[in-house]
Design a protein around this ligand. Structure first.
Ligand SMILES: *Cc1c(COP(=O)(O)O)cnc(C)c1O
Length: 369
């Protein structure tokens, strides 16, 4: 790639010398996976940082979704959003369940609570919302519906690392919440992920499930999978945790610059901070109203690309349009008017800790007219 290209994201990397020191410790100990010392330290450090009681580490952010559905014995139909990364819906499919898509709210891009009840049938067992772009869903209303109908709630919180509402982590909500520590996320462990759990008994069961179901040397209590995090990633994760706050603050400053420059541009909509929320600035989506802006989203997207500024059309196309899912009755665009429109308006602008002032100027010059 041209060195003048501005990418949508850039991984947060630990100091190499510090990482090499930890690698030496791993080599010396000859303990490279299966709940080693760095794995234990990272679980503890993440519980403290995220203000949650129990965490189980995974090798990526998709396996905790699969495992949460297994652990809660979810069957039948799961209500979810089409406006997400494909892994959300795939995890439902891989568990032999049927995804049921409902529309999103324009204000958060999260699942619209007003649309959930109409999608509930006798086969519905769970709701899987996504804190899209790290913006908290309407968790109170979602939980009220779940309680009324006896449904489980599993939050795909892959974007919501460190997000808090009134000082409380969004990860505490629902029956479980999942995280992704992929290279493109605010906080990464190379690849990695986690499941946030509320009680010790469930944590134990999750730890069995991610290790083939082993509950002891010779005892297998469930048809588990292998999705453990290894020591190299856990060590890397410990180092990155020390600098994630600084990275989030740098992202915040980028968001401040974008907002002040885009505030008066006709036809460009973006999100402001929500009151009482600690945001993580994981993405900076802008929504292009072609008529008002005088250019379609795709025209702007390709114009930026030509100039070496790589935005991403997250989330376009909708998951409900992919071949596996488009035959489902809930996948029809008429059922998903807001999601369908928003997917055609969105561009996520470059957003990461290492963007320079010149980078930001170059990006904005292409958008502000
Ligand atoms: C990144 C992401 C995932 C999957 O995480 P991986 O670590 O890449 O497996 C799941 N859901 C959402 C919403 C994501 O953005």
């Amino acid at each position: 790639m041209d060195k003048n290209t501005i990418t949508v994201t850039s991984p947060l990397l630990p100091e190499r010398a510090e990482f090499e020191q930890m690698l030496k410790e791993i080599w010396d100990s000859k303990w490279i996976t299966n709940n080693g010392q760095f794995h234990k330290q990272l679980e503890k450090a993440l519980c403290e940082y995220l203000k949650v009681p129990y965490i189980s580490l995974f090798t990526n952010g998709t396996l905790p979704l699969l495992t949460a559905l297994q652990a809660l014995r979810i069957t039948g139909e799961v209500i979810t959003t089409p406006y997400s990364f494909v892994a959300t819906t795939h995890s439902i499919w891989w568990n032999g369940c049927k995804p049921v898509f409902v529309d999103i709210e324009e204000a958060t891009c999260g699942i619209d609570p007003d649309c959930i009840e109409a999608a509930i049938t006798p086969h519905t067992t769970a709701i899987m919302p996504v804190h899209c772009y790290g913006k908290p869903c309407d968790m109170e209303r979602i939980q009220a519906i779940a309680d009324k109908y006896g449904l489980k709630v599993i939050y795909d919180a892959a974007h919501a690392f460190g997000v808090e509402v009134n000082g409380k982590s969004v990860l505490e909500q629902g029956d479980m919440a999942t995280l992704s520590f992929h290279a493109t996320k605010v906080y990464n462990t190379l690849e990695g992920g986690a499941l946030v759990i509320h009680d010790a008994e469930t944590k134990k069961r999750i730890d069995y499930l991610k290790n083939f179901g082993f509950a002891g040397e010779t005892e297998v209590v469930a048809p588990g999978i292998n999705s453990k995090m290894d020591e190299v990633r856990a060590a890397y994760g410990l180092l990155n945790l020390k600098q994630v706050d600084e990275a989030i603050e740098k992202r915040h400053q980028v968001a401040v610059r974008y907002r002040s420059a885009l505030r008066n541009v006709k036809g460009v909509r973006f999100f402001d901070d929500m009151p009482g929320v600690r945001h993580n600035y994981s993405y900076f989506p802008v929504f292009i109203n072609a008529e008002e802006y005088g250019m379609t989203r795709d025209e702007l997207y390709f114009k930026m690309k030509e100039q070496g500024v790589l935005g991403r059309r997250y989330f376009y196309p909708l998951i409900s349009t992919f071949s596996t899912y488009r035959g489902l009755p809930s996948a029809s665009p008429e059922n998903l008017p807001v999601a369908t429109r928003v997917a055609n308006e969105v561009i996520c602008l470059p957003m990461h800790h290492a963007l320079s002032d010149e980078d930001i100027n170059r990006i904005l010059e292409l958008i502000v007219k």
